[in-house]
Design a protein around this ligand. Structure first.
Ligand SMILES: Cc1ncc(COP(=O)(O)O)c(C=O)c1O
Length: 363
């Protein structure tokens, strides 16, 4: 079947571009001494995770335990859940996962560590614990400084748990388009993580991994040093937000290609100034703005409801109902989560359908 025969909206990945992105990330990290553990929150697909592992990734990061369960169902054996585990229901999921995969989880709280230890003991499983440090995101994590070492000591004496290192992830800096301001923020975030790593060393605690970073910081993380494990996610698919990033001081474009698009159809052309597409808030995420329009210079997409979007700037274009328009998501992670499956294409040929297995797995 050809791409042109698909019903729409459809989420499409260009396999050649996806494969090049995976290879580029591999090449970027090769020989640096750092390891790659990509974040699956972007693609939510064990199939893509297997491609990443085949290209040398040591395992994957998952945002949620239920996402990690979907990865374990898909045969992925080394899982790091990058969000703290809290509450009975999540502890049950963690124990269940630890029975069938090598599991690491994040913690930033004494009581949570004790609860994890009790759950691990009761379930007869072992888990690795990574202590999270707030390196500037002001989300989870202990403040930079001695507190992480105190939690690490607690983990070390907690049955069923093993201290595995520190996480310092700063999401907001990833998308800073200009190079120098982003570099300065990455430097500051790494410095904050080191403020927590130093006391560990002083207490004679083996640091294990220092994990963090994303698509926007990966080259800087490598240049500035400190992280031993990198967690980029978006590089496989990319989006129009990351497309604006200056990769270096010369303003070189980001080296990852846009592999993900939304294929849409014109459903109405009531007037020459406006065409209506079958894509609205239910098939393209809006948290980072509207999607961009591929290949139609001057055309601008505006959301026009749950199921509709309008195209403006098209007065002179001969767009008729049934015509196809390809859109570039503004944020790949939240767009992927709107689809049950992704259509894998080589050129115009459909070669596979991949379930978005962890779609909606936000527990
Ligand atoms: C903890 C964590 N690590 C890594 C990533 C991957 O970042 P990116 O998709 O920007 O590469 C994210 C994304 O939100 C994240 O939350």
């Amino acid at each position: 079947m050809k791409k042109a025969e698909l019903d729409t909206p459809a989420l499409v990945v260009d396999l050649d571009r996806l494969e090049r992105n995976i290879e580029r990330m591999k090449a970027l990290i090769a020989g640096t001494g750092a390891a790659l553990r990509p974040h699956v929150k972007t693609h939510k697909s064990p199939h893509v995770a297997r491609l990443q592992i085949a290209a040398g990734a040591r395992g994957v990061c998952c945002a949620k335990l239920a996402e990690a369960q979907a990865m374990a169902d898909g045969g992925i054996k080394d899982l790091f859940v990058t969000t703290p585990v809290a509450g009975e229901a999540k502890l049950r999921r963690a124990v269940e996962l630890a029975r069938r995969a090598r599991l690491s989880v994040v913690a930033d709280d004494e009581a949570a560590i004790r609860a994890l230890s009790q759950a691990a003991q009761a379930g007869g499983v072992g888990m690795a614990v990574v202590v999270e440090v707030n390196v500037g995101q002001d989300r989870c994590g202990v403040p930079p400084g001695p507190q992480a070492a105190r939690l690490a000591q607690l983990v070390e004496k907690s049955p069923g748990l093993r201290f595995a290192g520190l996480q310092g992830y700063h999401g907001r800096l990833q998308g800073i388009p200009a190079f120098e301001p982003r570099r300065a923020e990455v430097r500051a975030a790494l410095d904050r993580l080191m403020l927590s790593a130093e006391p560990l060393r002083r207490h004679g605690i083996e640091c294990g991994v220092l994990t963090g970073g994303g698509t926007g910081s990966v080259a800087l993380d490598l240049e500035l040093g400190g992280l031993t494990e990198l967690q980029p996610g978006s590089y496989v698919y990319m989006d129009s937000s990351y497309g604006k990033l200056a990769w270096d001081a010369r303003g070189t474009p980001i080296p990852f290609e846009q592999s993900l698009t939304i294929l849409s159809s014109v459903v109405s052309r009531p007037v020459k100034e406006r065409a209506v597409l079958d894509v609205g808030w239910k098939s393209a995420s809006a948290d980072s703005g509207p999607p961009a329009v591929l290949g139609l210079a001057g055309a601008v997409f505006e959301f026009a409801g749950d199921e509709h979007g309008t195209l403006r700037g098209i007065d002179a274009m001969n767009l008729r109902p049934g015509d196809r328009v390809e859109l570039v998501p503004s944020h790949c992670d939240t767009t992927v989560n709107l689809y049950d499956r992704i259509v894998a294409c080589r050129g115009d040929e459909i070669v596979d359908l991949w379930p978005v297995a962890a779609r909606g797995r936000s527990q």
